[in-house]
Write a protein that binds this ligand. Structure first.
Ligand SMILES: [Zn+2]
Length: 365
């Protein structure tokens, strides 16, 4: 329902959440496509469906900065980080599997990864499969009575190779796309110290951009502490899930109120506007999104609101901040329906009321 978040009501269950935003940045260069070997640093551009070319910032850069900030919030809250995330290695747990000093990560299980690291849990990771060496496969096949190629490879994998393990990120970030009639850029010459002393100073041409950007963020809250490939809850402790959930929201709030990206050392953006709608799906399903490229995006989203889906609009940085702070204080991540049902079916023959149970954030004992 369309409303302000009330702190008097019961805690807010979040299954899935989207932020549908129109943000204004002046004089920035948050995302570029590099210089391609020239002395001109080129801005990022994106074609829209009607062929219009507009200014753009990659979601990569916003996601990266959210992850960096989230690690700081996790440390503050006492949420564990794996040794890779603790030193801000962006490969996360995948950086540890071949390191002899971390033997416990050689054949690490999904449950161990998610328990040991809040950042791997929230932002995802990929440990690639490693095939065993040819020698190892031949050795095993000679030992097998009836060698079947696939089974041989599988059994050898556990000895020399490695199983693929991955978790998709719970936080998705879109490109920030400038409204076609609301962006501009200024080309400027900058001096830069060259790589060698003989070359002296280099002249670089860079553009500084200003615009109103449409941006989406989606947070799949139900996936906190969950192996979302096998759909199994790993972190069963409600308090631990809540700590992770709150930190994700805190870092999201800050990412938008204090923009971060490329070239901020000398082109920190002027944030001059923030409006949009926070959309929350309270029960199984997905929170709808509608782009701020459309001028009526807030009204259209508000018209979607119903019992299972709340829409909270904001028209300034302070109302956004207030809505986020209320969510941080009064929301919690839903459990997957299968997890809630598992124990209730053994004790009750009645149809489980998922909405009611998630509202209280607990498994029925
Ligand atoms: Zn990690």
């Amino acid at each position: 329902m369309t409303q302000e978040i009330s702190t008097a009501q019961e805690p807010i269950a979040i299954y899935d959440l989207t932020l549908n935003i129109r943000v204004s940045w002046q004089a920035h260069s948050l995302s570029t496509i590099g210089s391609n070997g020239s002395n001109k640093l080129m801005p990022r551009r994106q074609l829209l469906a009607d062929g219009t070319e507009t200014d753009a910032c990659s979601g990569n850069i916003i996601k990266h900065h959210h992850a960096v900030l989230l690690a700081e919030y996790f440390e503050e809250a006492g949420v564990p980080l794996c040794p890779a995330c603790a030193v801000r290695d962006a490969r996360r747990v995948a950086a540890l599997t071949d390191r002899p000093e971390y033997p416990e990560y050689k054949d690490v299980m999904m449950s161990q990864i998610l328990s040991r690291c809040g950042l791997c849990d929230a932002h995802g990771f990929l440990i690639t499969a490693k095939r065993p060496s040819r020698d190892q496969i031949e050795k095993v096949s000679q030992e097998e009575v009836e060698p079947v190629q696939e089974n041989v490879a599988e059994s050898a994998l556990t000895q020399e190779g490695r199983q693929r393990r991955s978790k998709h990120t719970l936080l998705d970030f879109s490109f920030a796309l400038a409204l076609p009639d609301h962006h501009a850029e200024t080309a400027q010459i900058y001096t830069r110290v060259a790589d060698t002393k003989d070359e002296g100073q280099m002249l670089m041409k860079m553009t500084t951009r200003s615009g109103e950007y449409a941006l989406h963020v989606r947070y799949f809250s139900v996936g906190i502490g969950v192996d979302i490939d096998k759909w199994q809850v790993i972190i069963t402790d409600e308090q631990q899930r809540l700590l992770r959930h709150k930190a994700v929201l805190q870092a999201l709030r800050d990412s938008l109120l204090s923009p971060d990206g490329a070239l901020i050392a000398t082109m920190l953006p002027h944030l001059t506007g923030l409006q949009g709608a926070l959309v929350i799906r309270h029960t199984t399903g997905r929170a709808p999104m509608y782009s701020a490229l459309n001028h009526d995006f807030i009204e259209r989203l508000q018209a979607i609101a119903d019992k299972t889906c709340s829409v909270y609009p904001f028209h300034s940085i302070d109302t956004f901040n207030a809505q986020m702070n209320k969510l941080i204080a009064h929301s919690f991540p839903c459990y997957p329906a299968s997890y809630l049902q598992k124990s209730s079916y053994s004790t009750s023959s009645t149809e489980p009321d998922m909405e009611e149970r998630n509202r209280h954030g607990k498994r029925k004992k």
